[in-house]
Design a protein. Sequence first.
Length: 207
Amino acid sequence: MKKFETFTGVAAPMPSQNIDTDKIIPARFLKTIQRAGLGKSLFNDQRYNDDGSEKEGFILNQPAYRKSEILVVGDNFGCGSSREHAPWALTDYGIRTIIGTDFADIFFNNSFKNGMLLIKLPKEIVDELMDDAQKGANARLTVDLEAQEITRPNGDKVKFDVDPFRKHCLLNGLDDIGLTMEKRSDIDTFEGKDGNARPWAPSIAAE
């Protein structure tokens, strides 16, 4: 997983409430287990007409927001079924941070595991950032995870909280496999001792 670094990017406003995972990535695109390529189907039914042409009114089809790396969203973003393809599609599109008042629990957890930072803030602050996002490509936000702050286009800084463990994982690019590999030395030591104590047992490493 790529390390999360400070960046400045365009924020796209999505004020609608209860945007569920089926809107983020419709069920018909869940047949693949490959993460790459899902970005083209992100918000498919909102982005495209039946003939595959783009819907002009959808926010990510507008020139100012085509390369957005941040979403400022309405309440309860990511509700619905617990499909991990939703954060896969978002990250493959290029979204690195989502800012809102609250998120569905499973989507929230899956997003961090896939290298995306979700930030919960009070409604009045989210409304201010939504206003910033609606100003287009010239109104860019800077997200600094190490300092836990967002810098608005006018220079004001917004502090945010993040779980220390999740912060550590994002800053160091550690997914579940990466976390396990941090313990590689301890695992090797255990396997060596276990092999001596139980020579008849099959080696995990050999498998």
